[in-house]
Ligand binder design. Sequence first.
Ligand code: PLP
Length: 403
Amino acid sequence: MSLISAEKEILAVNGGTSVRKTLLPYGRQAIDECDIQAVVDVLRSDWLTTGPKVREFEEAFAEWVGSKYAISFSSGTAALHGAAFAAGLKAGDEAITSPLTFAATANCILYQGATPVFADVSRDTLNIDPAECARRITPRTKAILPVDYAGHPADLKAISELADSQDLIVIEDACHALGAEYRGRKVGSISHMTVFSFHPVKHLTTGEGGMVTTDNPQFAETLRRFRNHGISSEARDRQSTGQWYYEMTLLGFNYRLTDIACALGTQQLQKLESNLERRREIAARYNAEFANMSGVLTPQVLDGIRPAWHLYPLRLQLERLSAGREEIFRALRAENIGVNVHYIPVHLHPYYRDRFGYGEGAFPVAEKAYERLISLPMFHGMRDEDVEDVVRAVKKVIKAFCF
Ligand SMILES: *Cc1c(COP(=O)(O)O)cnc(C)c1O
């Protein structure tokens, strides 16, 4: 036996002892007694939905990110739909987005009857490449939807300059990036509209929930109507002013977020800063362990950026490994590390292939990244022992496959 293989531990996938006894998820919520109490208080109050807690959460959120308005929605996906509507997307229009995202980013364009046009990502951050965006602009293009992948803001300066020069609306999908900073500004205060999600794996949770931030009063008003059937005033305002009359002015949906959820959101917001700090600590620990390790590449952070670290996407150096992503993924899972993959490029999903005729090779940078990506567990409730388990498991598995 060679010295190298003698050092290798037996992987759990081959019958060895797993690094952990129980599965560590890649993300999860943290709920404390204040959160629980806030929800209970709402349950005992007069308003379960569209009451005072909604406004309270929206105002606190807008202040936190530094936007004029924040409009809550029942999910991040509903918020994206609202933003696509407010941007005026309709049949015949095109909107440009990243293929390396959750399907909802592109789906919201389809909800409006418009056509999603993908532009490949940059090799460094895996965010949409502004030069690729520029190449995809046609007379039909109405909007650009950059995604702040993993919590690292997209090249927002280049994108907003491009959008301004072509009269396009920027809808930033910041579902990964609550709390991220771009050249000293918080994400949520930069693009025409910015969309957030409050799913339990995100930085702040309301169970399900979402938000759009904007400085534009017209967008804000349209978004408020859109989430409430297109109706011009809310039930509570009518009750307080003693009026019964209302008008439906556009075809909206019921995308309202409840007071129960908003009370939870306001409480969660108070812990956001410390949660972000914890995520940055975990990322720093991973970086310190993996940056100089053969077989993997750590996420790049560009100058002037403070990422929010929704994900920690490790990239495999396949040319130095004797196994592919699948095998390494399974080996890490067997060690009870709940790794994940973000994302299957949207254009490769059967729906997009069938409807638009996409195939492999259409967006080579995103596709090549996809074959190499593994998201390590990253959430603010991780204990130091959990982080060390991930470090040990990654080293164990990568060492086993590294030349
Ligand atoms: C989570 C997420 C969404 C959708 O959010 P939901 O609240 O689950 O509807 C959209 N885009 C991206 C990039 C996301 O990560």
